[in-house]
Write a protein that binds this ligand. Structure first.
Ligand code: COA
Length: 568
């Protein structure tokens, strides 16, 4: 079938749906929901059998839904309606939730139901639930709906779901989200911030200055400690601050000041936070789930796991340097395999575009950041004593994909999306030694195509084209166990010493053929042009990305129906 995906942005959920539909032989094209007339034009050009709307912020125009079956993905249980479905579910502490695929009609979210899929609701950030459980359930429900449509079945009217407990709920307002620091306990504060993460955040104030707060973490050491100073900020660690509640404290990692964009709190409030006490961890490497910790090390016999839980997978200059130091230290440990485990939701999305945008000289900060990324990638490439594995439990994009490729093996959890290309960010050339790492996996031509086509890859298709080495279990816990088992097998393999010797020889031969420094220099010469040259495309693209400017057209590499040679 020919399926048009009508969406607000090409987010990871939409990417995943497009990939899953293509895998089943459907022909897909993308159109951003920009204006009714543009949507109507896309439909006229593509002549779809079906329109699927994975992520919309407005209603589909009647001219479209009255003539074409339009399936809308709603992140709620049957009967649930309204624009804040997940926010309410999380804030109300629901244990089970769902995704429903409805047919678009005049009334929003009130059309007949094509399919629904249940999901367990963790106590976690809304964005995390969206990228994991909701995305998985949406894939299940959309595929079921498409199958029913192909089979000529009809959807079930809402009225025929008497047991449905969902209901119409209004847009959640900031008044509903407000934290009362004198009354709310830590669990309530965490729940409220989680329900608003990553958008819109909770309107609050820090140091007496109004802002939106994001990225809350529990702090167990103070749990149950009553405090007269509830609401007071008691210290900082790296980029986060610790704030008192009535029964303990919570960490807050990110904030957006009025008129600004989301930043690590210590960057959003550099002066105010500089005076706070530094609450260092007793041992940075020891995993401690009960406090704020972005880098951690776990050792299990001959295998070491390096965790880095960076918000949104963005890696600033400082974060790259700290991670490089941690990796250099890990390499001195008596382990044979190092697993770079990344974070739960993201492995890495490359340089930190928000931190760069906030810098006095974004060009200089881009330069510092890419060099710090490169140093980190180099530390990984240059690891002759261990086998290294990038284990992607979460998505990776741009430089983050090539950082992963700097490891000997890339294993991704099924469901993860990879975007191993840079051009979407204002024609950025990219570095991280990609010109060395990519062609040796997929050939020069394959590398050129990946960069040019700018298409997302599922974990499975990444293996098929040779970008990565394995697609493992989709369930996060099963993935973790699978990764540990495979890493242990490598560490225990009788030919490990030969494998390591072969790895060192290959590196030496590659170095003799063309030094890594030469790849880096060539890439950075292009990047210098991106950062400091007369063409401002990268700076303009970053400005819009960070501020989430609305798109004014669908990029042509996505809107295939707008290709000049397109035959409808
Ligand atoms: N720097 C700063 N923030 C980043 C980031 C980066 N490199 N990559 C992603 N983010 C942020 C997004 O702004 C968004 O912020 P939010 O919490 O305010 O919503 C969040 O991470 C999630 O991103 P989103 O685009 O919604 O995630 P996705 O999984 O749907 O899409 C990508 C993933 C990789 C396609 C997309 O995030 C992207 O294009 N990122 C930029 C990659 C890049 O160009 N890096 C620089 C070159 S190395």
């Amino acid at each position: 079938m020919r399926i048009l995906l009508l969406t607000h942005t090409f987010n990871s959920l939409t990417q995943r749906l497009a990939a899953e539909l293509q895998r089943r032989g459907h022909e897909t094209s993308i159109e951003f929901d920009i204006a009714d007339s543009v949507t109507a034009e896309a439909v006229a050009l593509f002549k779809p059998d079906l329109v699927v709307a994975p992520y919309l912020r407005r209603a589909i125009p009647e001219s479209v839904w009255s003539r074409h079956v339009c399936l809308v993905v709603h992140p709620g249980i049957v009967g649930d309606r309204g624009p804040s479905a997940l926010d309410w579910a999380l804030q109300d502490g629901e244990a089970e939730w769902g995704v429903t695929v409805l047919q678009a009609e005049a009334e929003m979210d009130a059309g007949p139901v094509w399919a629904t899929a249940a999901l367990p609701l963790r106590e976690a950030k809304k964005s995390s639930i969206y990228r994991n459980e909701v995305t998985q359930a949406a894939v299940t429900a959309v595929l079921a709906a498409v199958e029913k449509f192909v089979a000529g079945a009809k959807p079930t009217p809402l009225a025929d779901w008497p047991e449905a407990r969902g209901r119409l709920r209004p847009l959640m307002k900031q008044a509903d989200r407000a934290i009362d620091w004198q009354r709310d306990d830590s669990a309530t504060v965490l729940r409220k911030i989680n329900a608003a993460d990553g958008f819109p955040g909770v309107a609050d104030s820090l140091f007496g200055i109004p802002c939106h707060i994001f990225d809350a973490w529990p702090e167990a050491s103070l749990s149950g400690v009553s405090s007269v100073g509830a609401g007071r900020i008691i210290g900082r660690r790296e980029a986060a601050i610790l704030r008192r509640t009535i029964d303990g404290a919570v960490w807050i990692g990110h904030a957006r000041r009025e008129g600004g964009f989301k930043l690590p709190v210590t960057l959003a409030f550099p002066v105010e936070t500089s005076e706070l006490a530094e609450l260092q961890l007793a041992a940075w490497w020891r995993v401690d789930h009960a406090t704020w910790q972005d880098i951690a090390w776990e050792e299990s016999g001959p295998v070491g796991f390096l965790h880095f839980e960076f918000y949104n997978g963005a890696m600033s200059t400082t974060q790259c340097r700290r991670l490089r130091e941690a990796l250099a230290w890990a390499k001195t440990r008596p382990v044979r395999v190092i697993v770079l485990a990344g974070g739960a939701d993201f492995w890495s999305n490359g340089i930190h575009l928000n931190v760069i945008e906030a810098a006095e000289s974004p060009a200089d900060e881009s330069w510092n950041n890419i060099n710090a990324m490169n140093d980190l990638a180099l530390e990984l490439i240059d690891s002759g004593r261990q086998i290294t594995v990038a284990a992607l439990a979460g998505n990776a994009g741009a430089g983050g994909c090539f950082l992963a490729r700097a490891a000997d093996f890339v294993w991704a959890r099924e469901g993860v999306m990879l975007n191993p290309h840079y051009k979407n960010m204002g024609n950025l050339y990219g570095s991280e030694y990609w010109t060395y790492l990519l062609p040796r996996r997929v050939g020069e031509q394959g590398a050129g195509e990946i960069m040019r086509n700018r298409q997302p890859l599922t974990a499975r298709s990444a293996v098929e084209i040779g970008f990565s080495d394995a697609c493992l279990a989709g369930d996060p816990e099963a993935f973790r166990i699978d990764v540990a088992r495979r890493a242990m097998e490598i560490a225990a393999s009788p030919d490990l010493d030969q494998r390591l010797a072969a790895k060192r020889e290959r590196r030496a031969a590659d170095e003799a053929a063309k030094p890594l420094a030469a790849y880096r220099e060539e890439e950075l010469a292009q990047m210098r042009r991106n950062f400091y040259g007369f063409d401002p495309s990268y700076h303009v693209a970053r400005h819009h990305f960070v501020r989430k400017s609305l798109a004014s057209w669908t990029p042509r590499h996505l809107a295939r129906h707008r290709d000049l040679g397109w035959q409808g």
